[in-house]
Design a protein around this ligand. Sequence first.
Ligand code: ZN
Length: 143
Amino acid sequence: MLIKGNCHCGNIAFELEWEGDPVEIPARACDCSFCVKHGGVWTSNPSSRLAVAIRDTKLVSKYSFGTGTATFHICSRCGAVPLVTSEIANHLYAVVNVNVFENVDQSLLRHATATFEGEDIEARLTRRSRNWIAHVRIAEGGA
Ligand SMILES: [Zn+2]
């Protein structure tokens, strides 16, 4: 299925090609200090493909903390956080926020909590390179 998502004002939009017709989509409420404050609930699928379109890059705030290995892409106009990226060995991985989905029936979302506290950097990057979306394209400008 083709999942469409965007921030509230539409500055950051994405299309996520999810193989087949999923009967459920994992939705992980992360308990890190950032996601608790923002209510971030993330999903990914290593075989899916993500195309991100950013209209005005000046209105995107990129934020990292802690290990500095993940970048939160925050729309500075409307405050939504549609995606997180992580560059591992020169390859860009991403997860997307199910709260910005536009065309997904809520009943498809399998909500769970996630704790990555105590994970060392190596384990963290290995997990991301295994589970995060591995095909990520970000187009800037236009529209
Ligand atoms: Zn926005």
